[in-house]
Ligand binder design. Sequence first.
Ligand SMILES: Nc1ncnc2c1ncn2[C@@H]1O[C@H](COP(=O)(O)OP(=O)(O)OP(=O)(O)O)[C@@H](O)[C@H]1O
Length: 244
Amino acid sequence: MSIEVRDLSFHYAQRAALHDLNFSLKTGEFAALLGPNGAGKTTLFSLLTRLHRLQQGQILIAGIDLDVKPRQVMRHLGVVFQQSTLDLDLSVLQNLQYHGALHGLSAQETRQRALKALEPWQLADRLHERVRNLNGGHRRRVEIARALLHQPSVLLLDEATTGLDTRARQTLNEHVRELCQQEGLSVLWTTHLIDEIQPKDRVLILHQGQLLADDQAAHLCQQTGQAQMQQAFEQITGLSKEMN
Ligand SMILES: Nc1ncnc2c1ncn2[C@@H]1O[C@H](COP(=O)(O)OP(=O)(O)OP(=O)(O)O)[C@@H](O)[C@H]1O
């Protein structure tokens, strides 16, 4: 398993944010994590990336216990946060080199890997361009390339397509799925844009800190008798009742 989350619970003071979460992702698997505001998605990401300390339960990445061998786990993990963390005044390559150095890569290795990662996106000839000059879609691609520079087995994407136009969202979506199929990368993709989900995708629905569903999108539509994932999601989380 690439990700295993076992009996995970988390509290902020008196407020419970996650309650007894259990799920796992296989190698090369893509899963979309959906949840309304306050569902606990950010809290889960913060635990997976060690921004928060584990209180209860266990997280294993590539079979390694996050709490026991955190540094080893970080080598297997690539992360793209919701807010861009690129330095706009540095070039694409400079942004990548800093990350490469943190992971012990030489400047030459970083450059080679960056070229390979950016080539399919027609960005290889823009290595020396300032990030500020790239459009939103291209910046996101640079961020994904950076997250994959140290060749992790798991990629966490938090609302990675927010702010992008439909075409850029679609391209990014397709590319990430290709990475799963071709490179065996496991991806946990948090989104509130339900139209990004495809019928065969695995969908995890988090609501008030609990995992209410974990199944293929098409199955969830069948089970709820809905034609669209949006309606299935609203029914499962009870949002449809709140709106009526
Ligand atoms: N720093 C904090 N202190 C206290 N409560 C918090 C804190 N951060 C989050 N919470 C609460 O924990 C619960 C889960 O929040 P979280 O931010 O993880 O949800 P989310 O699914 O990411 O929501 P959103 O989509 O709005 O970002 C919510 O009830 C939220 O109010």
